[in-house]
Write a protein that binds this ligand. Structure first.
Ligand code: MRU
Length: 347
């Protein structure tokens, strides 16, 4: 793509985001200067995707550190704690947000002077940003082991590409990497109701990379897998529990069931920052519920009867038993995940 979804200017302390609510029709950038603005942008999904919101939150902490550096040290620490709480409250399911804020907290709470606090937060945020790119490249590299050599037909859910990360992405990055590596690639992108990240964002990315693909409605996945060639499903994740149960965009569980019934391998691309060994299983993952108007309206236009009730869980949990492998930056982790995830994180 000709731009990054998330770009930090270290001279001005401004975080520039592409407003993902407006893509693909409008490419509009917003400049954020405070942690409150970052928290709002995460909550309203101007920025979205588990890795991207973690990186955005890290820079939100840097903004606070730099803005309040001249305060007495204890007041600066209070401001950092307040920003940390505000950012943690922005979205509940993606663990990358909390992982990034935990890393930032080690940096700012361990400092003993204001200058050291600012230095440590800047250094940590920049390394979270740089690591994201390196991790995504490693995920794609490992994934090539399970991508068929000849023609590879993928099924993909939501948006897990450059827009959801600092660059390249996870599951969509695998599709792009296979294409750029010279393999013959085709991808079915489900539209991903209600916010249509598949139709709006993943298709936008694949058009730019020249990857052959087709958008299908969410309900078509089982039919497509039963009647056409699909070699593998690749999805991203927002939190992987210690037993391998995986929270991802609503509809992932349906896709995994369809894959199981049709003998299609189902892979989850997961940076290790998404693996949460403190959460024992999927039942313990907090699933975000969003405004029901995301279902009853499209782009602000009502599509259901005015006042019709709707229930809008933004994520679901795919049980570990439906997952063929979890592709991390350290390699592909196979069942039983209870032991294999711990082993990979030790690295
Ligand atoms: O609600 P969103 O659009 O932030 O949800 C995004 C997803 O569920 C992605 O699959 C996940 O965050 C992985 S992005 C690499």
């Amino acid at each position: 793509m000709s731009f990054r979804a998330i770009e930090w200017n270290n001279d001005t302390s401004i975080l520039r985001l592409v407003d993902q609510k407006l893509l693909p029709q409008t490419t509009c950038f917003v400049d954020l200067r405070t942690a409150d603005e970052v928290a709002s942008a995460i909550a309203d999904m101007t920025v979205r995707g588990a890795p991207a919101i973690g990186v955005a939150a890290a820079f939100g902490m840097v903004m606070t550190a730099r803005k309040d550096e001249s305060l007495a040290f204890h007041l600066l620490q209070n401001a950092m704690a307040a920003a940390d709480s505000t950012l943690r409250a922005s979205r509940p399911t993606a663990v990358n947000l909390f992982w990034a804020l935990d890393r930032m907290k080690v940096a700012w709470s361990g400092a003993v002077t204001s200058a050291a606090l600012v230095d440590a937060t800047v250094h940590t945020a920049l390394s979270i940003e740089a690591d994201d790119i390196a991790v995504n490249r490693a995920i794609s590299r490992h994934a090539m082991q399970v991508v068929p050599e000849g023609e590879a037909v993928f099924f993909h859910h939501c948006n897990t590409g450059s827009l959801a990360t600092v660059d390249l992405g996870t599951a969509l990055g695998i599709i792009r990497t296979a294409h750029e590596g010279g393999r013959k690639v085709f991808a079915y992108l489900d539209e991903t109701r209600p916010r249509l990240q598949g139709a709006k964002l993943s298709s936008f990315e694949l058009m730019q990379y020249g990857v052959p693909h087709a958008i299908v409605v969410d309900g078509a996945s089982a039919h497509i897998m039963r009647t056409r060639k699909v070699d593998l499903v690749v999805v991203g994740c927002d939190r992987v529990a210690a037993n391998g149960d995986t929270a991802n965009k609503i509809g992932t569980y349906n896709l995994a069931l369809a894959a199981k019934d049709n003998g299609v391998p189902f892979y989850v691309a997961a940076p290790s920052s998404t693996i949460d060994l403190d959460t024992t299983d999927g039942d313990a993952i907090h699933i975000e519920e969003r405004d029901s108007r995301e279902i009853t309206e499209i782009n602000g236009v009502a599509i259901a009867p005015i006042g019709a009730p709707a229930v809008n869980p933004a994520f679901d949990v795919t049980p570990a038993r439906l997952i063929t492998g979890i592709i991390t930056e350290f390699g592909i982790v196979s069942p039983p995940f209870t032991t294999s995830l711990r082993a990979v994180l030790k690295r």
